[in-house]
Ligand binder design. Structure first.
Ligand code: FEO
Length: 395
């Protein structure tokens, strides 16, 4: 139990060894944490719990520190198992304690645990007095589930934001001013790119709504990673930028290759793009971390996608990445397709279709090369890269 500000304590768990999250969907190279908070006021409130495998030590520690019977209320900002997984075991000990959550939250808790607990459903603006502090609830629908909400602790002026503004980042330090800024921002943007991108419009609207509340925010304490205490609004400003069809003007070339011909094309295109002064990353998707490369796509203006043709389609690692790109609904990006083939060459058309479905505007007709590219072919690829770069520069 660590004090973070006034009457608020961190009672979460650090998961140093976590390497995959959401099943196999999200890689967590730096682990994560499940941040639960306790407000020890005249009334004692627990905000969120921790992921199910950690329920035992979490509950034991709470009991040792304050005594479970002294908890007056529980707030469930979000029902996903990484935050509500321990609720079932906690409620076995204190079954009558009221649970504050959104209406959707109550529905989801019932759906997961099949229990009728003492639910108090809340909407934006509803509040509970604890004594010195007051909890004010703010619905955060679809950021990133329909049940999400944040809890503002008025008095201490701390926003307990749940998933928003979080990072999968285990650190022995609690606060943003203590950790490596490069690591912190890499994890924060990766989180945004892979989880929040489809909801960017809602992110913009929510930021506007929160700023119009005109309340002081001295600290933003998310449910994963470190707490923003030094200039906490810096992460809100970043979210505002990331939600605004973000890119850094670069080009990412994604490829998958069987015998290296498509790779040669990728490298020549990259040379052409660099000739025009645009930064590029060339990524073999079958050998790279999918969430890291999605973060690179998020940062890019241009996405050029290549695969050799196999059995009338694209290679399987690329098929998975194209599915991820489609689901993330990136905005304001341009793209093109390429690849080598032996006899049929369908991959280019299929990639173009996928990019179209993803809302990525195709600005150059695809380029395909039969068999292994000649030096002439590679010059064509370089020129293709230059032309693609020119189109970006002229936009
Ligand atoms: Fe949506 Fe951290 O769970």
């Amino acid at each position: 139990m660590k004090k973070i500000k006034d009457e608020i304590y961190w009672v979460g768990v650090r998961d140093w060894e976590l390497r995959k999250f959401h099943g196999e969907e999200y890689t967590t190279h730096r682990g994560s944490s499940y941040n639960s908070y306790l407000i020890k006021d005249e009334k004692i409130a627990l905000v969120d719990t921790v992921w199910t495998p950690y329920y035992k030590s979490f509950i034991e520690e709470l009991d040792n520190n304050i005594g479970l019977d002294n908890i007056d209320l529980i707030v469930v900002n979000h029902t996903e198992q990484d935050h509500a997984g321990s609720l079932e075991y906690l409620m076995e000990k204190i079954p009558d304690v009221p649970i504050y959550c959104t209406e959707k939250g109550a529905e989801m808790i019932k759906g997961h645990f099949h229990k009728e607990w003492n639910f108090r459903t809340v909407k934006t603006g509803d509040s509970v007095d604890l004594g010195k502090n007051k909890l004010v609830f703010v619905e955060m629908k679809m950021l990133h589930w329909p049940d999400n909400m944040a809890t503002y602790v008025s008095g201490a002026n701390v926003l307990l934001s749940n998933d928003a503004f979080g990072q999968h980042y285990a650190s022995s330090y609690l606060f943003n001013d203590r950790v490596d800024q490069g690591e912190l921002y890499q994890e924060a943007i990766k989180y945004y790119a892979n989880i929040l991108t489809p909801f960017s419009k809602l992110v913009k609207a929510k930021i506007k709504e929160i700023s119009e509340l005109n309340v002081p925010i001295e600290m933003i304490a998310p449910s994963h990673g470190i707490i923003w205490r030094d200039n906490p609004m810096q992460i809100v400003e970043k979210y505002d930028q990331w939600a605004s069809d973000y890119n850094e003007g670069t080009v990412t070339i994604l490829y998958d290759t069987m015998w290296g011909a498509t790779k040669k094309m990728a490298l020549s295109m990259a040379r052409g793009i660099e000739n025009k002064g645009i930064g590029t990353k060339v990524i073999n998707v079958a050998r790279s971390d999918k969430n890291d490369l999605i973060t690179d796509v998020f940062k890019s203006k241009g996405v050029i996608v290549g695969s050799s043709t196999i059995n009338g389609g694209v290679l399987n690692a690329m098929a998975g990445i194209l599915e991820m790109i489609k689901g993330l609904k990136f905005k304001d990006k341009v793209g093109a397709a390429f690849g080598s083939y032996g006899w049929s060459g369908e991959s280019i058309k299929q990639i173009e279709e996928r990019l179209n479905q993803s809302g990525i505007e195709i600005i150059s007709d695809g380029i395909k090369i039969k068999y292994d590219p000649t030096s002439e072919n590679l010059k064509e690829c370089e020129a293709y890269g230059e032309a693609f770069a020119d189109k970006i520069l002229s936009q």
